[in-house]
Structures are given as C-alpha cells and as structure tokens.
Write a protein that binds this ligand. Structure first.
Ligand code: ATP
Ligand code: LTN
Length: 334
C-alpha cells in the first residue's frame, strides 16, 4: 500500500449471493485502483446484521466474500482487505457519531424507507442508524474518495454532513470524502426485466447471474434473457434487453459496442445470447477456480485476514484516539 497516495475506501455487505452486476459494476473496477490510491476494502459484516443471519452460514459467507475480493484480483499485499467486525473502532466511532446525527436526517434516507417497507417485521434500530456506521467506516481511514453506486450517494452525503458538523466543533479531525468519479463500471440490468438493475435480492433467480453459478446455468440464463421482437441487431435504448446483453458482452471481452454490433450483424439473437454466455463463463470460471484454490489454503487465508485486519486496526485507531481526545473521553492510562 502506498501511504503517499490519497485514501480510497469501499466495501460490500456479506449478504446474499453476489451477482455479475456487483462484479462488473464494482469489484472489477477496484482491481486497478491500487496503483493510484491507498485502498481499503471492507467486508461489511456488521452492516449485514440488520437482517437476521444464520450464524454458521454468515461466518462462511463473510470469509467467502473476502476470498472473492482476492480471487477477483485485488491483491491483499497492495490493498487492505478486511472484515469490518475485526476492527472494533468501527462500532465505537459509530456510537460517537450517532450522537452527532439527527433523527430527522436519518428518517430522510431512501434506503431506510425502502428496506423498512420490505422488512416490515424487523425494522430494527440498526437499520435506522446504518448510514452512521457507514460514515464511521469511511471517516476512520481519513478517506478522500469512495467509489459507490448511485444508490449509496445519499449515504455519502450524510457522511460528509456528519464529518463537517464534527469538524466545525472540534477542528479538522476528519477528511471530508468525495464520491469517486473515475471510469464508471457498467450498470448491468436484470435479464428478465431490463428496466430494473440486476440485483442480488431479485426474487426471480433467472434475472441475475450469480458469481457462483456453474457454466451451464450461466449459459441457460443468457439463453433465456428477455430481448424484443424487432429482430434487428442494434445497440440502442429502444432495445433495452439487447443493449444489456451487449453491455455484458463488451465489459467481459473489452470490445466496444460498435465492434460488437458489427460482429453480430446479420445473425440472430440466439447467436448473440450464446456468445454472451461464453463471454461470461470465460470471466467467471477462472475466478471460481481461483476462489476454490484460495479457500483450500486455510493457513494462507487466515494469514491474510490477520495481517490485513492489523493494518486496518492501526489506521482506524489513529483516528479514533484523536476523536476520543477531542471530545474529552479519558484515555486509558499507560
Ligand atoms: P441488493 O439487491 O441487496 O440491494 P445489490 O445487488 O443491489 O444488493 P449492493 O450491495 O447494493 O448490491 O451493491 C454493491 C456494489 O455493487 C455497489 O457498488 C453497487 O453500485 C454495485 N452494483 C450492484 N448492482 C449492480 C448492477 N446491476 N450493475 C452495476 N453495479 C452494481
Ligand atoms: N452500504 C454499502 C456497503 C458499505 C459501504 C461502506 C460502501 C458499507 N460501508 C463504506 C462504501 C463505503 C452498500 O450496501 N453497497
């Protein structure tokens, strides 16, 4: 990790099965950022607790997500990859920041409104204060930039508000983070309804390609993708299903949409779907194999988890100590 670079922070929740959308839209783009930034990527297991988890399954999932980060090509020597719960400073700072955040602000969060409508039987306080924990994640590392999707921008905005509020009382304690504006990843749409994004919580399993789907399942899902009845090969908004297939194809192969359209001119949708399936398999299969390899080497993974958590712990605690001192909490006598 290059400590002279600006700090970049991001992470994903260890909930649900990650989709091709998560990979092409986020993970894939994280790989090359290490040359330019000091990068921290968390497995946000504390955030996942807002939904009831099966303990054994949850432990496996969190570890698998960290393995996936590595298998996707994010080098744990050059980046800091860690489990959020390994660094207690996240929960500690979240509590402190809770006391600098207003109920009114949190009530305006659209994700809270959406999720509480969806899980009406478990609208817990964690769901309400979720953005404050996210603010703690980001602010602990004196983060300059945060790559997040559109849906998380509101959370980044409240993070900035909380940080500015705190700084205006206590001086410059936190760096004010900005959204990362770089090469944006492709937005991948549902294979069954191209007006919706591909999402891990979609109820229709054919709508999403999961990163752990086997090659035949991937091919089958691509074959069944919804297109249109125009029977014209084109890349345009009027044919959203086809456009999405081209987006997937191009992101997997590195081709431009013009090149791809030219390649399939005169062919049927079936041939395109087949090629998309193969392109996805050629990306996901090696990643799955690599994941299995890493997972089989328990001592390697344990070592990565420990060493990276120690690095995260060190950086996070520098900020936490400063915060505690500023607000007047008593330091532990040495
Ligand atoms: P959920 O269904 O639980 O809302 P999700 O699949 O939408 O989950 P998130 O956990 O919200 O995924 O997002 C993780 C990261 O993946 C974010 O950076 C987000 O922008 C990105 N991402 C998610 N879905 C897509 C998609 N369809 N296309 C591109 N990027 C995506
Ligand atoms: N809320 C985010 C996950 C997340 C995150 C973060 C992203 C938790 N803490 C800090 C960036 C920075 C999500 O659901 N995608």
């Amino acid at each position: 990790m290059n400590k002279d670079h600006k700090v970049l922070y991001s992470g994903m929740q260890a909930t649900g099965n990650l989709t091709l959308g998560n990979y092409l839209g986020a993970l894939k783009n994280w790989v090359s950022l290490a040359d330019e930034y000091e990068c921290y990527y968390g497995v946000m297991d504390l955030h996942s607790l807002t939904v009831r988890q099966d303990p054994a399954e949850f432990r496996k999932r969190a570890r698998a997500l960290l393995t996936l980060y590595i298998a996707a090509g994010i080098d744990p020597e050059k980046n800091c990859l860690y489990l959020q719960s390994s660094v207690p400073a996240h929960a500690e700072l979240a509590w402190i920041l809770d006391c600098f955040t207003y109920m009114g602000e949190l009530s305006r969060m659209t994700q809270f409104k959406d999720k509480s409508a969806k899980h009406a039987d478990n609208v817990n306080a964690g769901l309400f204060t979720y953005p404050v924990l996210m603010a703690a994640d980001i602010l602990l590392y004196q983060t300059d930039v945060v790559p997040v999707g559109q849906d998380q921008l509101q959370h980044l905005e409240i993070t900035r508000d909380i940080a500015q509020r705190f700084n205006s009382i206590y001086g410059d304690v936190f760096t004010i983070p900005e959204p990362y504006i770089g090469k944006v990843g492709a937005k991948i749409m549902s294979l069954q309804d191209p007006s919706k994004k591909m999402s891990k919580s979609d109820e229709n399993p054919n709508a999403s390609i999961y990163l752990m789907d086997d090659p035949d399942t991937i091919r089958r899902k691509c074959k069944r993708a919804i297109t249109d009845s125009e029977a014209t090969i084109a890349y345009r908004d009027e044919q959203p299903g086809l456009k999405n297939l081209f987006d997937i194809y191009c992101t997997c192969t590195g081709k431009t949409s013009e090149e791809a359209v030219a390649e399939f001119q005169g062919q049927g949708y079936g041939q395109l779907k087949e090629a998309v399936g193969e392109a996805v398999v050629s990306i996901l299969k090696p990643m799955q194999d690599r994941m299995a390899e890493i997972a089989a080497d328990k001592s390697y993974l344990d070592k990565v988890i420990k060493e990276n958590a120690e690095r995260a712990y060190y950086s996070a605690n520098k900020t936490l100590r400063k915060v505690k001192k500023k607000i007047g909490l008593t330091e532990m006598p040495r």
